[in-house]
Design a binder for this molecule. Structure first.
Ligand SMILES: [Zn+2]
Length: 349
């Protein structure tokens, strides 16, 4: 039901990627309808004989037919007619970025270590080869509808909002200012879905459920500074973003597309040291030259607690002064530490 071909999201799942963690699924082998993992009625059966074989993943299914769940009965009827398609739900633990080419049919990611969490019977699967008659035989308008349904489904069911929901929006000039607070205040939840890269799908009507905004509320243009800040938060900069590990690959793939829109190198999804994060994501503005000193900003003053700023001499003899303070979200183990926000190089006389 899943093999090493390219699915609709441009992903390849290597057979070997399943092997390490397949035991976890075998201990709880659920067959769901349409990946609806929060809905008890959606468990329509269970899998057995689950194996990673040479060309993919193989499983047999026992449907819970005639046990009082209409959805299970209907799913079995579709399967008996040969009109069932299957798709896997998994947590990616590792993947490699690929350069899309003719030989890999435009794939963008290759998953190398995944944890299978569920198998779903679906109308339109992500894996093209799992697609059966219901889609193959459909006329063009139905296929278009099925594609739209798939995109909506992805957006509804997962926390990561796919790039396709935002579409290829216009770019703001690369040096455009970004004020997340102002943009989010202007938007309602429908707009936020077109502005943010992640939302809490258990509370979609809540404005605070939407995170990592990077498009403007008016006109939906994408803003480079915001894209970089969102990627930074995803990878752990400035205290990081509080989103589940299983959604990170999806958010990363979305933001990576915007990086390419701005012709920037995409930082891979991995863990970074604090120094690496600062180098990648914290903007160093040009020195601010005044009559008395040259100020070099090393951290954004907005990241600091307002009441914590102090002027601290580094070397009075050499005329090096600094502004220091406490960060709003210090990294673990550095709580309460005073750190430099900017250096002031005093001019002579
Ligand atoms: Zn976007």
């Amino acid at each position: 039901m899943s093999n090493e071909s390219v699915d609709r999201d441009g992903d390849i799942v290597l057979v070997a990627a399943f092997k390490r963690r397949l035991g976890i699924y075998r201990s709880h082998p659920v067959l769901l309808a349409s990946h609806r993992h929060l809905d008890l009625q959606a468990q329509i059966g269970e899998a057995y004989d689950v194996k990673a074989v040479e060309d993919g993943l193989r499983a047999k299914f026992k449907y819970y037919v005639g046990e009082g769940n209409d959805e299970a009965d209907w799913a079995f009827k579709l399967a008996a007619k040969g009109k069932a398609a299957y798709s896997i739900g998994f947590i990616p633990h590792a993947y490699e970025d690929l350069k899309p080419s003719a030989t890999n049919k435009g794939a963008r990611r290759r998953f190398t270590d995944i944890e299978l969490v569920e198998i779903s019977q679906v109308c339109v699967p992500s894996n093209r080869d799992a697609l059966v008659a219901c889609y193959e035989e459909a006329e063009e308008p139905d296929r278009e509808l099925a594609d739209i349904a798939l995109k909506m489904f992805e957006a509804e069911e997962k926390g990561a909002i796919p790039y396709s929901v935002h579409g290829d929006t216009a770019k703001a000039p690369e040096d455009a200012e970004w004020d997340a607070g102002t943009e989010v205040a202007k938007a309602d939840v429908a707009q936020l879905k077109k502005m943010c890269a992640w939302f809490d799908s258990t509370a979609p009507d809540n404005k605070t459920s939407y995170k990592l905004p990077h498009h403007r509320a008016d006109g939906n243009t994408v803003v480079w500074r915001a894209v970089r800040a969102a990627m930074g938060a995803l990878l752990g900069a400035r205290g990081g973003a509080d989103i589940p590990t299983s959604d990170k690959a999806g958010v990363h793939a979305h933001l990576a597309k915007h990086y390419k829109q701005f012709a920037k190198e995409v930082p891979p999804l991995k863990s970074y040291s604090e120094q690496e994060l600062e180098a990648l994501f914290i903007e160093k503005p040009a020195p601010d030259v005044t009559e008395n000193y040259i100020r070099i900003r090393v951290r954004d003053p907005g990241d600091f607690r307002e009441d914590s700023f102090r002027t601290v001499w580094i070397s009075r003899a050499q005329g090096i002064n600094s502004v220091q303070g406490k960060r709003k979200s210090p990294p673990q183990g550095h709580e309460g530490a005073m750190v430099v926000q900017s250096f002031l190089f005093m001019k002579d006389g």
